[in-house]
Each structure stands twice: as C-alpha cells, then as structure tokens.
Design a binder for this molecule. Structure first.
Ligand SMILES: O=C(O)CCC(=O)C(=O)O
Ligand SMILES: [Fe+2]
Length: 417
C-alpha cells in the first residue's frame, strides 16, 4: 500500500514537473516547443497592474498554453517564420496558463522556434550591428529579460473582450450622443494639405473598412509574441502609452533599433503587406498634392519616397500622451535623405503638436482624427512633435462597434531604417 502510494505520488510529481510539449504556432507561424512546468502550488491568483486589462504575467505564445486553450492563428499576410528564443518566468497568467489543466500559478515557459526565410530585413539589420541585450539562461539558452525584477506582463489587448455588456452599450450610446456635438476640426487644424515644407496631412484618408481591418490586425498581432507592452526609459519612468514594434524593435531605453522585443525576447512581428501598400499610396497622393504647386520641379525633393521596414504602433488610452521629441534613431542615411515618417491615426482624435523647438508654447497644433495620415519628411523630418491629449469619445462609432477598440487612440508610424 505504502509502495503503491509512493509510486503514484512520484508519477504525479513527474507529470507535473516534466515539460509538457505544446506546439507553438503563433500568428507568425513560428513553430516551437512550449514547456510548462508546475513550479509553485496549484493556486490560482490573478492580479493586475495599474494598466487596465493587463494581467500580471508575461506569456509567450500565451494563446497556445494551457492545453485545451490551443488556438492556431495564421498571421494576416505574414508568411515568414520568426525566431523566438525565450525563457520567461510568469506569475499567474490571465490567459491560457491560468485556465490550464493544472491550474498553474507560476510557470516557466521555454520556447524555441526556428527562423525560416523572411523578407531579408533581419539579416540586413543584423549586419548593421543592431544591439540586442541578450542574456544567457543557466541552460545556455538565450533570452532577454524585460524589466529586471518587475513582474512580466501579458501583452496589452487594445480591444475590449467578452460580450457586450450594459456598460459597453451605455458608453456606445454616450459616444453617439457626444458625436452629434463633435465639431469636425478640419477648419481649425487647417484641414488637408501641406502644413509646412515636407509635412503633409491627408484628412480622413484611410477608409473606415481599412481602419477596422487595421485595428483587428493590430489587436491580433499585438496579443502575440512581440506584442503590446508599456515601455520605459532608463530612469525607470514609463511612457504613457502601450507600444508594439513591427519589423524592428525600437527601445526607448537605448534609443536603438534591435531585432528582439524587450518584453519577451521574440523577433518583432513583420509589417503586414497591406499596411506598407497604404503607406506607399499615401506618399504618392501626398506627391499629387505637392505637385499642384507649380513652382516645384520635383516633388521628391520636398518629400522623398520611402519603403517602410519599421512600424511603431502606439496605443494611447484617453489619458495617454507623448512628450515633444524628434524621431532620429533611424540610420543616418535615412535621416540625411529626409525619408519621411508616415503616421496613421485610428480611434479617438488627438491633439498633436509640432514645431522647430522642444517647446510646447512655440509649437503648432493639429487635431489628428481617425483615418488621418500625417507625413513628415524632407525639411520637416526633424520636427519636434508629440501628443498632448486624446479627445474622449471622438472615434467613429462603427469602428468601435466593429472592433471593440478600447477608448483611446491607435497610432502607427512607419519609417525606413
Ligand atoms: O501618436 C502620434 O501621433 C505620434 C507618435 C510618435 O511620434 C512616435 O511614435 O514617435
Ligand atoms: Fe515620433
């Protein structure tokens, strides 16, 4: 009897502590092995940090953890296999692991996946000596620790989940009522056109259908490896936004582009082809606008064309903002040529400041609404710019209904390294 009991206990222990291979097929079609080990009791305790909807855990391919919760989600347009190497300690995971078969409270996830082909960006950037703060785990596996000592968190979901409850319906109704009183700021902001040399604003340029698709795509990618997280500066201060980088990761701490996300050590997801196409047509249309000025012999002198290989996706809640700064961490070649930054705004409108100095009192202001595209290159490539406020309840109602985007603003800025 005692022998039988010991045998069962030993088997159970082995079952709980040995890696359970779970195929990891992310939205990036990365194949890997997820090993979940029970490390600490079976109690389940969800905790949240101060950011709404953010669970107190980091999870790689967390949609695939938890046995029964395995989901396969092909990436929109992204066909390359990406490299994720990580060894991440998680505390209670609000997603798959928490609901996993063992009620795992803390788990260690080892994930390894191979890289296949790709668009050539990665090797190109590796050759440029882009630094990645890669550390070695005891097992020798490379991984990158995000905030040392801080709780790792699951990627932020830019959309609300669950069924439409009365609170959401109420806020939709309120939004509808408020929208009747929203003054469209085209006149106030000068509307569509050339704001200054090299700076063009295309008002309501992105169709509602494309905006909806953009939100859904960003949500999909943003919940996966290399997804949304709240970045911080060297001094520990956090930015007042959630960020995800596509193509290459931009690290506010080092002010460098790297080929690993600090949040989970994964390669940044690639930029969906559709996004790049929109950027290219927006630049062409901006050239069309500039071409109306007969004194310009070559519009590209004022606004060079570019092919984006980086996209920084920011999500601002209604209290989010971004201080005046210059975008100057791209390659010196790109900056010298004045290759433009192309910015898409989706969701709530925002007050955007821009000027020649880092001084809010000397800056000009424009309201960026859902669907607007702002392009700044050439002589305006080094302008100081920032977001002072997000205007609540100003997003198109249909966009919110179709996507359940959280209150706030999604902004995508495309650049060429
Ligand atoms: O949100 C915006 O409009 C600006 C974002 C920005 O400046 C940046 O990501 O560098
Ligand atoms: Fe910027």
């Amino acid at each position: 009897m005692v022998f039988m009991y010991r045998l069962i206990k030993a088997k159970t222990f082995r079952l709980l502590t040995s890696p359970v291979p779970v195929p990891c097929i992310s939205h990036q079609i990365c194949s890997g092995l997820l090993s979940i080990r029970k490390m600490n009791g079976g109690k389940d305790s969800a905790s949240e940090d101060s950011i709404p909807g953010r669970a107190n855990s980091t999870s790689l391919c967390r949609d695939f953890a938890g046995g029964a919760g395995i989901k396969l989600r092909p990436s929109p347009d992204c066909i390359d296999r990406r490299e994720c190497r990580g060894a991440v300690e998680t505390s209670s995971d609000s997603l798959g692991v928490r609901h996993g078969s063992f009620g795992i409270r803390r788990s260690r996830i080892d994930l390894r996946s191979e890289q296949r082909s790709g668009d050539g960006n990665s090797s190109k950037f590796r050759n440029k000596n882009i630094t990645a703060r890669v550390k070695r785990s005891k097992s020798g596996q490379s991984y990158r620790k995000p905030d040392e000592g801080a709780n790792h968190v699951a990627p932020f979901d830019i959309c609300l989940s669950g069924s439409r409850d009365s609170a959401v319906l109420k806020s939709l109704q309120e939004m509808e009522e408020n929208q009747e009183n929203v003054e469209h700021p085209i006149e106030e902001s000068g509307g569509q056109g050339v704001l200054r040399p090299g700076m063009v604003l295309l008002k309501r340029y992105i169709s509602l259908g494309d905006q909806i698709e953009m939100v859904k795509t960003c949500q999909e990618i943003g919940r996966g490896p290399g997804g949304f997280y709240r970045p911080g500066y060297k001094n520990g201060a956090k930015l007042r936004l959630q960020m995800m980088c596509l193509g290459l990761n931009w690290d506010p701490e080092t002010r460098k582009y790297e080929d690993q996300s600090p949040a989970d050590g994964c390669k940044p997801p690639c930029i969906p082809r559709k996004f790049n196409q929109l950027v290219e047509t927006a630049i062409q249309d901006a050239h069309g606008l500039l071409g109306k000025d007969c004194t310009l012999s070559n519009v590209e002198d004022m606004l060079p064309a570019m092919s984006p290989d980086i996209c920084i996706v920011n999500f601002y809640t209604t209290t989010g903002r971004l201080g005046l700064h210059q975008d100057r961490d791209e390659s010196s070649e790109s900056l010298e040529k004045g290759l433009p930054v192309v910015s898409f705004s989706v969701g709530d409108s925002a007050e955007f400041l821009y000027g020649d100095q880092r001084d809010v009192n000397k800056a000009d202001k424009v309201v960026l609404e859902s669907g607007d595209v702002l392009i700044f290159g050439g002589k305006s490539r080094h302008i100081f710019h920032g977001v002072t406020s997000v205007i609540p309840d100003s997003a198109p109602k249909t966009l919110i209904e179709e996507t359940r985007l959280r209150p706030g603003r999604l902004n995508l800025t495309f650049r060429q390294y």
